[in-house]
Design a protein around this ligand. Sequence first.
Ligand SMILES: Cc1cc2nc3c(=O)[nH]c(=O)nc-3n(C[C@H](O)[C@H](O)[C@H](O)COP(=O)(O)OP(=O)(O)OC[C@H]3O[C@@H](n4cnc5c(N)ncnc54)[C@H](O)[C@@H]3O)c2cc1C
Length: 425
Amino acid sequence: MVWEFHTDPEFQKEIDWINQFVRDEIEPLDYVLGSAINLKQPHYEELVRPLQKQVKERGLWACHLGPELGGKGYGQVKLALMNEQFGRARFGPVVFGAQAPDTGNSEILAHYGTAEQKERYLQPLLDNQIVSCFSMTEPQGGADPTQFRTTAVEDGDEWVIKGDKWFSSNAKYASFYITMAVTDPEAPPHQRMSMFIVPAETPGIEIVHNLGFHGEKDPVHAYMRYNDVRVPRQNMLGGRGQAFVVAQTRLGGGRMHHAMRTVAQAQKCFDLMCERALSRTTKGEQLAKKQLIQAMIADAWIQLRQFRLLVLETAWLIDHHNDYLKVRKNISAVKAIMPKVLHDVASSALQVHGSLGISTDMPFTDLIVNSYHVGLADGPTEVHKITVARQVLRDYQAGDEIFPTAYRPTKREEAKARYGFLYNE
Ligand SMILES: Cc1cc2nc3c(=O)[nH]c(=O)nc-3n(C[C@H](O)[C@H](O)[C@H](O)COP(=O)(O)OP(=O)(O)OC[C@H]3O[C@@H](n4cnc5c(N)ncnc54)[C@H](O)[C@@H]3O)c2cc1C
């Protein structure tokens, strides 16, 4: 196993270009445009498309995709290095063709879509001509998908979908939804559901209410109702009862991309904290000279470095194994620690900025709320910790004896039995 901690110099040039491009061209859009997934908003064409064109010309568009889909097929390590640059800006992912949930949904379509579905949905999605929605969670419980009740029942050549979905992000702008529904209620829990493409214009789709959270400009998380929504038989993605397998196609990559962008957001807070500590003077000296402030800076730096290394190690393992399931423990570990890192670093940055820090003139409160977002979306932290622990415990066995294997009296007896001659000297 070879470990390297340097970036290939040719790729570093791309990273440097992205860094500058994000600061000079993309970050300003965050202050003048609305939601990054509203393609119809005024000035989107005029302001966003030329930047996307530059990214395409540079060969950096939708790099998570394989070359057959117009991407570079970059592995997760390169994606991590890119995301931690463009993740600084709200419009960063959309300018680089890498915004959730479209990235994950495009992976599902690429794997399971028919040629016609790919032409109708995948290509425009990859070109950012449309956006999509992943409609899985339900109001009565998201963390436990075995509680889902939305059903899809066969009727001739169609499936009829009925039920409520919750927090279906971007539904109001999406051209299609990827929807999970119970097709086989009698099957074992993880084989009861199937996945469907549901075009947004299908009769019976109702957005009951759009939820938003602090820091979001536009409430986009839909409480949706499927009122006997009919889709053709071929709109089922993957096999019948295979929804969990299909969902796995998108979740591993999606969680990693969120983590990579979280590194960017935490780094942004950290940079601002250091700048402020050096700029502000109190009781005759810089804040940066106060030991309690130094402790905050040191703790934040260490926490961020640890997290970034975990993300990069996990990215490297995914590239190495080319299989998300083999790296499940590591991906869940990344997902579980990510909210805490962002929360802690953003909170320290807020504190060092004093009253300015808590105000809406600075980004910290948004990012603290965002730390809860990344701790819930794609599964809550507790569930990921359970996965880490379960996977870790697979490598261990219960001891045979009543006392632990490191129990000193036993160890001493064993050592004496082996080296008894020492006691006779
Ligand atoms: C910003 C945002 C965007 C989202 N976008 C989408 C989307 O596009 N599509 C979609 O389908 N869903 C989406 N979700 C929903 C998300 O997947 C769920 O919020 C998540 O799975 C948790 O489900 P829940 O909110 O129903 O919480 P619950 O299942 O009610 O859990 C509540 C809390 O209980 C605790 N808990 C739950 N399970 C366990 C356990 N096993 N052990 C210990 N404690 C536990 C945790 O603290 C958890 O936060 C989004 C959520 C957010 C916040």
